[in-house]
Write a new protein. Structure first.
Length: 603
């Protein structure tokens, strides 16, 4: 009866494991599809997109390492095996994505479908020209009109030279300037279409755009004014509203004022330009730029004339010009009072304020003392040096802190460098920081004990150390170096020892707990219902147990794995084995305890 009960339990267990293996939803999340702009997965997009536009499908909630396959209308899309898929060529329909992970589950998981539809673009008819309207040379224009159809309300944007025209947003546009025009039509879904380009030359007045060679001049200088050039146009120049003569498209002036020009075309159409103001330039605005007003003894200090449009320079010392000192930069090696006279690009002249240069001595750079480290587990410490404002560098130095973990074991040279505005204000200092190995903590090799037994572990490192064992289950004294451990099951214990100078040592040890397995020395497979199989007691504690039985020549005649394996019944391939002793090897778990011996088969 017991034999029949065990066989039934075995087959029920196999059925349950098989059922769980086919339930892919229990181990894999159902993938999800989101819609976004192309290349911007965080920016959500609509599922209905404009004709000839692109949209990106993004796969989410999937297991990394899985095999991905995108589908359109339940048909695999060739080479669509990435977690991102761009819908092109107006391919509308239902998109799904299947995810398969051969490690976790044999069956693919398929996302819910995502419907992608395309919105047709507006249809633009021919842009019609209405002919010139109004009075030539005064208020004339030519009206352009467009007809367009679409799936929803339409908006319009007229373009000149491919640039949008402000407030040109109706079905018609009045052209007043010669140019190349087009119109872009957009529906309420944001779908747009553009017409072809159309060149329009209306009967309008000539252009009169005014510019100047420069916006101002120094005393005694002049400025050239330029109007829009026309080979047959006639020009009339004016200053402050009064004619000043001149019939060409340029004029040279030597007075400040507000200037305009009236341009007359051969067809007698005229245009007066917008005014342009010409002013007299003030004297140049500039300063002497220097790293400071201090000069290192025996060194050189650069002085720079800093300002806009400076062209010529003349440096002076104590009110006297320095021979050959005509560059923007003057390298000073003497104390005294310096100034510079400049001429800018317009010929305007000015002289700087005086700068008094004094002499200074070289600085001394130091690094404050730094304690040595025991091991690399101590936290970073700040570094300090004088004078302030320098930069620390070296292995283990991060943002002015020394990190022993980043530096590693050894002696490390730390440098503190001060970079001043002068050579004598530069310097550096160095200090050696030692990071020594912490004492070794060795709990020994992993141990095997029988359930209910104890083992004593010792992590003692010396005076000044504190200890912490983990986990604390089964540990008699979790805060002491030496403790008795009585684990209920196989457990890996870890101990951390902290000592002086941030010393930190740690080690782990695995205590394997062997619950014991009863192994019969004899069994009688004679069919009498008593002791017919070689049945092991306690094997249920070892779900990964492996059993091998061999004949006298070392050949395996029986092997099994798992706590619910079918017991040895004294047969091989359905044939009864002869009476005698057979060797066995029982491994309770991979790399675990091994039992070996002999079993006697009688009939």
């Amino acid at each position: 009866m017991l034999k029949y009960f065990l066989i039934v339990c075995f087959f029920l267990l196999i059925k349950q494991v098989h059922a769980q293996g086919n339930d892919c939803n229990s181990v894999l999340n159902k993938p999800e599809i989101s819609v976004s702009k192309v290349g911007r997965p965080a920016l959500t997009a609509r599922t209905a997109v404009c004709q000839d536009s692109l949209v990106q499908l993004n796969l989410r909630n999937y297991k990394k390492g899985s095999v991905v396959q995108w589908k359109l209308n339940n048909t695999d899309i060739p080479n669509a095996n990435d977690t991102l898929f761009v819908v092109r060529n107006n391919q509308t329909g239902l998109y799904t994505c299947s995810v398969k992970n051969n490690v976790l589950c044999t069956n693919p998981i398929v996302s819910d479908p995502m419907a992608i539809s395309m919105i047709p673009k507006p249809i633009i008819g021919q842009v019609m020209r209405g002919g010139f309207v109004g009075t030539p040379c005064v208020d004339g224009y030519e009206r352009l009109t467009v007809n367009a159809t679409g799936n929803s309300s339409l908006s319009y944007q007229w373009l000149s030279e491919n640039r949008p025209i402000e407030r040109a947003n109706s079905t018609s546009f009045d052209v007043v300037e010669t140019g190349v025009y087009a119109v872009r039509v957009t529906d309420s879904d944001g779908c747009a279409a553009s017409s072809g380009n159309l060149t329009v030359i209306p009967a309008t007045p000539p252009k009169a755009e005014l510019s100047a060679s420069k916006g101002g001049f120094c005393e005694g200088e002049n400025v050239t004014l330029f109007s829009t050039r026309g080979r047959t146009n006639v020009y009339q120049w004016m200053r402050d509203g009064q004619p000043i003569g001149g019939i060409k498209d340029t004029i040279i002036i030597a007075q400040a004022g507000v200037y305009t020009v009236k341009v007359t075309a051969p067809n007698s159409c005229t245009t007066t330009s917008l005014p342009i103001t010409v002013v007299r330039y003030p004297d140049p605005m500039f300063t002497i730029e220097s790293p400071g007003d201090q000069l290192c003894r025996g060194a050189v200090l650069p002085l720079t004339a800093k300002g806009a449009n400076l062209k010529k320079f003349q440096w002076s010392l104590n009110g006297q010009p320095i021979t050959g000192a005509t560059d923007k930069v003057l390298n000073v090696n003497r104390i005294g009072t310096y100034s510079v006279a400049v001429i800018d690009s317009n010929g305007c002249k000015a002289t700087s304020k005086e700068l008094v240069i004094k002499e200074v001595d070289k600085i001394t750079v130091r690094i404050d003392s730094v304690p040595d480290f025991c091991g690399v587990m101590g936290g970073p410490i700040p570094l300090r040096g004088t004078p302030l404002g320098g930069i620390f560098s070296g292995l283990g130095v991060i943002n002015g802190m020394f990190d022993p973990k980043s530096a590693g074991i050894g002696q490390h040279r730390v440098t503190y460098k001060v970079q001043g505005t002068l050579e004598c204000l530069n310097g550096e200092a160095q200090r050696t920081i030692t990071v020594s190995n912490p004492p070794a903590l060795n709990l020994g090799e992993d141990k095997v004990i029988f359930k209910g037994a104890s083992v004593t572990l010792n992590a003692e490192l010396g005076v000044g150390y504190t200890y912490q064992w983990s986990p604390i289950a089964g540990v008699e004294s979790p805060g002491l170096s030496k403790t008795v451990i009585t684990p209920e099951r196989t457990t890996t214990y870890h101990v951390i020892a902290r000592g002086p100078k941030e010393c930190l040592a740690e080690d782990s040890i695995t205590i394997r707990v062997f619950s014991g397995v009863y192994v019969p020395e004899v069994f009688t497979p004679n069919g009498d219902g008593q002791n017919d199989t070689w049945e092991l007691k306690g094997l249920e504690e070892y779900p990964e147990a492996e059993i091998t039985i061999m004949n006298r020549w070392g050949q395996a005649i029986f092997s099994g794995k798992g706590a619910a394996q079918k017991p040895f019944d004294g047969t091989l391939n359905g044939e009864a084995l002869p009476v005698g002793e057979y060797a066995y090897v029982i491994r309770t778990e991979p790399n675990g305890h091994v039992l070996s011996g002999k079993v006697l088969l009688l009939r």
